[in-house]
Design a protein around this ligand. Structure first.
Ligand SMILES: C[S@@+](CC[C@H](N)C(=O)[O-])C[C@H]1O[C@@H](n2cnc3c(N)ncnc32)[C@H](O)[C@@H]1O
Ligand code: SF4
Length: 333
């Protein structure tokens, strides 16, 4: 699938729930109290069919996300179906990590059950090592659980475990170096992400926004000039750097300040209520649940995918005073 601007679409980010057990300030609107009713959420069977159709069109990578994907019942059984889909070669999950250490059966954690089911990589959100600040950011007291979840993911033997940190001035700029040391001690890739305007809470403003350039400067003042790894990519928008004198790799995702951010975009998103979104930072979304439930053939669904790709914008709208019509929690990050 190629769009009008030469983006080849090979990556589908699939949200399986709008629900979450945390309340991150930058993701969840305060006024959102009710979750979508069950019948408005794609069943696992419907989701798997859409992934199969997308795979037939050249999608080879899926990332399961939410809300918090691990709060949805039978998520392990769902993940187990993904490697069966012809063409899907890379299966990842994004999670807040709170449930990864949960015991599923004696001696088996959620993390190892997901690994056995075929998930290859897991991205875990961690914005701070300070439990009190963690609570302020997420509205929940789950810091220790997340640290156990990270250990459980490492023990489960994923091919890759990455940590994601959203940059917030006044909240976690003092945490960048401790987080780098935390990641180094566990041999994990850490990525710093610029905050994007995807929540209605007034959390993103000039005083709270921290650019990747500022983060990089701060890190370089402690470690020396970072070495850009031009050749290293993970199918996503991060730019990776090596810390001098170490094997450690850190990434920066600068959707707001990197003017070339969208040039290599290879992604489509499927929301849990069956909307295809060609871009996270655009108002465009297209309801594929309706034709799906009205009995569309695979061929018709393929045409639907192609028509969405045809409308993929050149770049996101975040820099144009963007006001989200949907929140991150309801899109799937
Ligand atoms: C929406 S979450 C869904 C998966 C899971 N609940 C989690 O927290 O990782 C996916 C990612 O989006 C990030 N995210 C959420 N809101 C954001 C925002 N306003 N700007 C930048 N990243 C954001 C989160 O930090 C997380 O790494
Ligand atoms: S970032 Fe993840 S954990 Fe935080 S509220 Fe959004 S979905 Fe939940």
């Amino acid at each position: 699938m190629e769009d009008r601007y030469g983006h080849w679409i090979s990556y589908l980010r699939v949200s399986i729930t709008d629900r979450c057990n945390e309340r991150c300030t930058y993701c969840m609107p305060l006024e959102l109290q009710e979750w979508l009713p069950r019948q408005e959420i794609l069943s696992y069977e419907e989701t798997l069919r859409l992934i199969r159709v997308a795979a037939e069109l050249g999608v080879s990578k899926v990332r399961i996300t939410g809300g918090e994907p691990l709060t949805r019942r039978d998520v392990v059984q769902f993940v187990r179906q993904l490697p069966q889909i012809h063409g899907i070669r890379s299966i990842g999950l994004s999670t807040n990590g709170t449930l990864l250490a949960r015991q599923m059966t004696p001696g088996k954690t959620m993390a190892s059950a997901l690994r056995d089911a075929g998930a290859q990589s897991v991205n875990i959100s961690l914005d701070t090592l300070d439990p009190a600040v963690y609570w302020q950011i997420t509205g929940r007291n789950f810091h220790a659980q997340v640290l156990s979840g990270i250990d459980a993911a490492i023990a489960a033997g994923f091919e890759q475990v990455k940590l994601n940190t959203v940059l917030m001035r006044g909240r976690n700029e003092d945490q960048l170096l401790p987080l780098i040391e935390f990641a180094a001690a566990r041999n994990l890739v850490l990525r710093f992400i610029e905050m994007m305007p995807v929540s209605t809470r007034e959390v993103l403003n000039e005083s709270s926004f921290m650019s990747i350039l500022e983060a990089k400067r701060l890190i370089e003042s402690a470690y020396g000039s970072l070495i850009w790894e031009t050749e290293f990519r993970t199918n996503g928008p991060a730019a990776y750097y090596q810390i001098p004198g170490r094997a450690q790799r850190i990434g920066f995702i600068g959707a707001m300040t990197n003017l070339h951010f969208c040039e290599t975009c290879n992604k489509l998103r499927l929301t849990c209520d069956g909307k295809l979104r060609p871009c996270l930072g655009s108002y465009l979304e297209f309801d594929i649940m309706r034709p799906l439930r009205a009995g569309a053939s695979d061929e018709e669904l393929k045409q639907f995918f192609l028509s969405v790709v045809e409308r993929k914008p050149r770049e996101h709208d975040f820099r144009n005073n963007y006001r989200p019509n949907r929140k991150m929690i309801a899109i799937g990050g």
